[in-house]
Write a protein that binds this ligand. Structure first.
Ligand SMILES: NC(=O)c1ccc[n+]([C@@H]2O[C@H](COP(=O)([O-])OP(=O)(O)OC[C@H]3O[C@@H](n4cnc5c(N)ncnc54)[C@H](OP(=O)(O)O)[C@@H]3O)[C@@H](O)[C@H]2O)c1
Length: 343
């Protein structure tokens, strides 16, 4: 597709919230690469300041700017950020930070609604892309066959999240799940009721793996930390060993789906599943042993099971192909890209 057919022309300003994050930094990178200007928001310019040096170094001064939005849930949080923008990508969220749904759910719902309200107040904004999560549809259920479609919502786990006591690894995961499910539902409801000037699309990624853009600035962020934990035999992060088999996706493919949801006029009001293929820890161990034959890894983990779910991910893969890719990036390539940061 020619850039003249995009919903917003190259050179336009796009807001990306949580711009220093693992996935968001790739969205910023791809937008700058495609000739857009980006205004990133970060909670703290101290933590997120690396983005300015990194993107100015790569694309020249004046294409990327950074502003601090310390708390997405505060009233009017994004009102300044949207000024003069043509597109908005709502990526920021506290990932697994809270055990208490009474705190976490309203915080994230308000954060997303703040973004929608701010974007609606800026008539130049034509597209709003929300990063939801696979968990807004389902939680992994190894060895069970079921289908995941745009009509699937994780209401069961949302109910679980509200049952006390508010402690333990599973509760923290369920509370995160509740924030993603409730905030995505709230976004669709708000758009239906308020009919803003923009189109909403949601991207629901599963476990992201792949390149860390700036290892010095980001370390092993988010789900790359899972691979690093496995590399280290889960020492000091035993809870991650319990992560069930699920789907992975390459982080740059997830970013491509976001960019497509922002730019392609035929992508309208869609829930896009950025899920590549199912994996379990032993699949990653086999890849690590192949890539790093001199490195010692833990033995295979018994009885892991498999994710047998079937998801309607063909639409998102078709969008990835529009970027000249053959389809979803493989697990091996994603693990190789992720591990170069420390191997
Ligand atoms: N990684 C995955 O596999 C995966 C899978 C499904 C969905 N997602 C979704 O993808 C998005 C990005 O995730 P990620 O893995 O890239 O996570 P990440 O690297 O932790 O990035 C999260 C970003 O959100 C910011 N943030 C956290 N709490 C905030 C708050 N209360 N107010 C404002 N900003 C806040 C973080 O700021 P700090 O840097 O200051 O903490 C960071 O910039 C999230 O919406 C997540 O739910 C991720």
């Amino acid at each position: 597709m020619s850039p003249s057919d995009f919903t917003i022309p190259p050179g336009s300003l796009v807001v990306v919230t949580g711009a220093n994050g693992f996935i968001a930094s790739h969205v910023v990178d791809q937008l700058l690469q495609a000739g857009f200007r980006v205004r990133g928001t970060v909670r703290s310019t101290k933590r997120g300041g690396w983005t300015v040096d990194y993107f100015n170094g790569k694309y020249g001064d004046g294409k990327f700017e950074l502003i601090e939005v310390p708390e997405m849930g505060d009233p009017g949080a994004f009102d300044e950020a949207v000024k003069g923008a043509a597109g908005y990508i709502q990526m920021a969220t506290p990932v697994m930070e809270s055990y208490d749904p009474n705190v976490a759910v309203p915080n994230v719902v308000n954060g997303v609604l703040n973004g929608l309200k701010a974007a609606a107040s800026e008539p130049s904004i034509k597209r709003f892309v929300m990063t939801s999560s696979s968990t807004a549809a389902v939680s992994p259920q190894p060895n069970k066959e079921f289908s995941v479609t745009p009509e699937t919502w994780n209401d069961e786990v949302v109910k679980q999240a509200w049952i006390p006591p508010y402690k333990g690894v599973q509760k923290r995961l369920d509370v995160y799940t509740a924030t993603k499910t409730e905030s995505e539902k709230a976004a669709w409801k708000w758009v239906k009721e308020n009919k803003p000037n923009f189109v909403l699309n949601a991207v629901l990624p599963n476990a992201n793996m792949g390149t860390v853009l700036d290892v010095k600035g980001q370390g092993a962020p988010s789900t790359v930390g899972w691979i690093k934990a496995l590399w280290n035999g889960f020492e000091g992060s035993e809870d991650l060993k319990e992560n069930p088999p699920q789907y992975f996706v390459n982080v740059q493919d997830t970013a491509r789906v976001h960019v497509a949801a922002l730019l392609y006029p035929d992508v309208n009001n869609e829930r896009l599943f950025a899920w590549a293929y199912p994996y379990n820890w032993n699949d990653i161990l086999a890849i690590l042993r192949k890539l790093y034959p001199n490195q010692k890894f833990i033995e295979d983990i018994p009885d892991l099971g498999r994710d047998l779910s079937k998801v309607t991910n063909d639409r998102a893969e078709e969008l990835v192909k529009r970027f000249g890719r053959p389809g979803w990036t493989s697990l091996e390539d994603s693990i190789r890209d992720a591990t170069v940061g420390w191997a």
